[in-house]
Design a protein around this ligand. Structure first.
Ligand code: FES
Ligand SMILES: [Fe+2]
Length: 412
C-alpha cells in the first residue's frame, strides 16, 4: 500500500511534477524508427510525458523532435511541409531545422533578423535498435546514451514492437516486477515444461537486490527432483525491465500522459538473426499501435477457452498483461490495495523509485545516469532463468550478476 501522496508522487509525470522532472533526466523511447521511414517523410505527432511534440526526419536523415506548436502563432507543425533540410509551418511558412533553429521566416521583410532571435523548443534524439530515443531534460545535464547490450548488437539481432496501454505507466511497470502472476494470469492447461514448473510451485520465494542500475528481482520456485527454478529479471531506472520472454526482452513503459502509456518491447537474440516468428506480437497490433484486443472489446476474451485451454481465455501474454493492468483503472489508487509476501518485487521497486525521486527533489543526481564513457558498460543487467540444485546459491550459477549490488533483501 502507498499513501495517496506517494501514489501521486510516482504516477504524475507532467513537466512541473517531481517524477516528470526526474524522468526527463533520462533517455526515453519517443517513437519507432519505422514511423519515420525515409528522409523527408511525413512528420509524426508524438506525445511524451504530457508534452505535444512533432518528430520528423530531414533530407539528411537526421531526426528532429520539436514542440508541436509553431513558435510564430502556434499552428501545429504536424501539418507542415518536410522539405530541403527542415520542417516548414503551413500557416506563414516558418521553417525549422532538427535543432529548433529558425531557418526561414518568408513573411518577414527581406533582410529581417527576426529568425535569429527566435529558438523553437527541440529535444536531442538518439536512434538505435529501431527506436528513436529522446532527452527532454536540461541541456547541461544530458547524460551519455547507455551502452546496453541490445544497443551494441547488429540490427538484425533485435526486434521491437510498440503498443498502447490505456493506463498509467506505473501499472505496466509493476506488472513486470511481479513473478507470481505467471502461475495464474499466464497459466496454460498444457504439460509444457515451463507451465509445469510454474504450476508446481505457484508461490515463489523472492530475493531483491538494490543495485547501481535499479533492482534485481529473483524468484525461486521448488521445481521438484531436488531442483530450484530461478527466474531473474532486472528493473532499470527509470521505467524499464529486462525479463525472460521467448527471448530476452526489455520492456519500456513510457508515459504519453498520466493515463496513457507506450509499451515498447525490445527482444535481443545475440546468437542468431531474428526470425519472423520472433515478432509474434506484431500481428496483434494495428497500424496506429493499438492492440486489436483491447479494453473496449473485452480483449476478445473467449469464455470457452477459459474453461478448457488457459486461465484467462485471452490470447497472448502481453494482452493478458494489458487486461490485468488496464482494468486497474486509469491511475490505480495504491492506498486501497493489500500487498502480500508475493508483492516483494513491487515493494522493492517502489522503494527504489521513491528514494530516487525524493533524493532528486533534495538536489541529488538521479541514479544510473551515464557520465563517464569508460564506465558505460552493463553486462550485469540481464534476465535469466534456469534450474539449479536446490540449496545452492543462484549467484554461483550466474556469476556475471554479482556486480553492482548495494543491498540484498530476502523473505521467507
Ligand atoms: S503559425 Fe507557423 S508560421 Fe505562422
Ligand atoms: Fe505478465
Amino acid at each position: 500500500m502507498l499513501s495517496k501522496e506517494l501514489n501521486e508522487l510516482l504516477t504524475r509525470t507532467g513537466p512541473d511534477t517531481p517524477m516528470g522532472q526526474f524522468l526527463r533526466r533520462y533517455w526515453l523511447p519517443a517513437l519507432l524508427s519505422e514511423e519515420l521511414p525515409h528522409p523527408d517523410c511525413p512528420p509524426v505527432q508524438v506525445r511524451l510525458l504530457g508534452e505535444p511534440l512533432v518528430a520528423f526526419r530531414d533530407s539528411a536523415g537526421r531526426v528532429g523532435l520539436l514542440a508541436e506548436h509553431c513558435s510564430h502563432r502556434g499552428t501545429s507543425l504536424y501539418y507542415g511541409r518536410n522539405e530541403a533540410g527542415g520542417l516548414r509551418c503551413i500557416y506563414h511558412g516558418w521553417k525549422y531545422d532538427v535543432t529548433g533553429r529558425v531557418l526561414d521566416t518568408p513573411a518577414e521583410p527581406p533582410g529581417s533578423t527576426f529568425k535569429a532571435r527566435v529558438r523553437h523548443p527541440a529535444y536531442p534524439t538518439y536512434e538505435v535498435a529501431g527506436i528513436i530515443f529522446a532527452y527532454l531534460g536540461p541541456r547541461d545535464k544530458q547524460p551519455l546514451f547507455p551502452a546496453y547490450r541490445w544497443a551494441l548488437l547488429p540490427p538484425e539481432h533485435v526486434y521491437v514492437t510498440k503498443s498502447l496501454l490505456e493506463c498509467n505507466y506505473l501499472q505496466g511497470l509493476e506488472g513486470e516486477c511481479d513473478s507470481s502472476h505467471l502461475s495464474f494470469l499466464h497459466r496454460e492447461f498444457t504439460d509444457a515444461p515451463l507451465q509445469q514448473l510454474l504450476q508446481h510451485d505457484p508461490a515463489p520465494r523472492y530475493e531483491t537486490e538494490e543495485t547501481d542500475f535499479g533492482v534485481r528481482l529473483i524468484a525461486l520456485r521448488d521445481a521438484g527432483g531436488g531442483q530450484t527454478y530461478v527466474r531473474i529479471s532486472s528493473f532499470v531506472y527509470p521505467t524499464h525491465c529486462w525479463v525472460n520472454a521467448r527471448a530476452t526482452e526489455v520492456h519500456f513503459y513510457v508515459p504519453i500522459d498520466d493515463t496513457h502509456t507506450w509499451r515498447y518491447d525490445l527482444g535481443l537474440i545475440p546468437e542468431r538473426p531474428v526470425r519472423p516468428e520472433d515478432r509474434h506480437k506484431a500481428g496483434e497490433i494495428g497500424p496506429d499501435y493499438r492492440r486489436r484486443r483491447n479494453l473496449r472489446n473485452h480483449y476478445l476474451q473467449d469464455r470457452r477457452k477459459q474453461q478448457t485451454e488457459d486461465f484467462t481465455g485471452i490470447e497472448q501474454f502481453f494482452v493478458e498483461d494489458a487486461c490485468a493492468v488496464e482494468t486497474q483503472g486509469p491511475i490505480w489508487d495504491r492506498s486501497r490495495e493489500h500487498l502480500g509476501v508475493s508483492d516483494q518485487g513491487i515493494i522493492a521497486v517502489r522503494r527504489a523509485l521513491i528514494a530516487a525521486v525524493k533524493g532528486f527533489q533534495a538536489g541529488r543526481e538521479p541514479p544510473h545516469l551515464v557520465r563517464d564513457a569508460a564506465r558505460n558498460h552493463f553486462e550485469h543487467i540481464d534476465a535469466v532463468q534456469g534450474c539449479i540444485p536446490a540449496g545452492s546459491d543462484w549467484r554461483e550459477h550466474f556469476p556475471w550478476l554479482a556486480q553492482g549490488v548495494v543491498r540484498t533483501r530476502r523473505r521467507r
